[in-house]
Design a binder for this molecule. Structure first.
Ligand SMILES: C[S@@+](CC[C@H](N)C(=O)[O-])C[C@H]1O[C@@H](n2cnc3c(N)ncnc32)[C@H](O)[C@@H]1O
Length: 239
């Protein structure tokens, strides 16, 4: 195989543009190939890049986004998707309640919607109200972004007996991501729920905690957070 075909291997197979790194794309494909979910949920569809893969390996997908306007026309060829348009904070509680009271078996969830700390925490809190009938694998995109990561660490996992695993750096993220000056984005966190209740306390694992910290102190996020008190003065001068 030539290096050119290796470069385009995933793109050739999944043509809808995708807001994820090569490592993330390869991991998502592999995870889904392994699980073959009966039901999957995606929060944050955008143009359908990740959805085209979730759709291929799942029997049914609920795809949630604020707007359908970004969606690529090629998504119309995917037949197993129910689109739920609106804010995930409103949609997820309704969906979770419906699924908990039915025989639908959710086995995979991608959280990639609201990227604020509060938004990520709310999506996690609402999704983790699912009562697992089979193991549920939850992938959370952008765990390397400080605001998203804070949302991911803010949930009290010990309060939920169905959570058996939390890894913030299942796939490590990137610095200067897509040329964004000193910004930290990307990365997969992974949460696993099991139908059996956990009896021991659980801790959040962060395989690349040191890499995250070293990078954070060189990032634009650190400077913005550190000099937050200068923001009102900056706004005055900007006028
Ligand atoms: C980064 S994009 C998703 C990319 C996509 N998963 C992929 O990899 O191709 C984030 C999407 O989340 C949606 N979004 C943001 N906040 C949301 C919310 N509160 N509820 C539902 N969708 C939201 C945005 O409209 C946007 O399309």
């Amino acid at each position: 195989m030539s290096s050119t075909s290796l470069k385009h291997q995933i793109t050739n197979q999944y043509p809808i543009p995708w807001s994820m790194s090569r490592a993330e794309q390869a991991t998502l494909i592999r995870v889904l190939q392994t699980i073959k979910p009966k039901v999957a949920i995606e929060i944050g569809t955008y143009n359908g890049g990740s959805l085209q893969v979730i759709s291929e390996f799942s029997d049914k997908v609920y795809a949630i986004d604020l707007t359908p306007s970004y969606r690529d026309k090629r998504c119309d060829d995917l037949s197993n998707i129910e689109y739920l348009i609106g804010d995930s904070k409103r949609i997820i509680p309704e969906l979770v309640s419906k699924i908990n009271n039915s025989d639908e078996v959710v086995e995979f969830i991608l959280i990639d919607g609201d990227h604020s700390t509060k938004g990520v925490l709310e999506d996690i809190t609402k999704v983790l109200n699912l009562i697992p009938k089979q193991p549920i694998t939850i992938i959370l995109h952008d765990s390397f972004n400080p605001a998203c990561r804070k949302g991911m660490t803010s949930y009290n996992y010990n309060s939920n007996p169905y959570v058996h695993y939390i890894e913030l750096d299942y796939v490590t993220g990137a610095f200067n991501h897509d040329g964004l000056y000193r910004e930290m984005w990307g990365g997969f966190a992974c949460i696993q729920m099991q139908p059996i209740k956990r009896t021991e306390p659980i801790a959040i694992s962060a395989y690349q905690a040191k890499l995250f910290l070293v990078t954070y102190y060189r990032s634009i996020h650190f400077f913005k957070n550190f000099f937050w008190f200068l923001k009102p003065i900056y706004k005055v001068f900007k006028k």
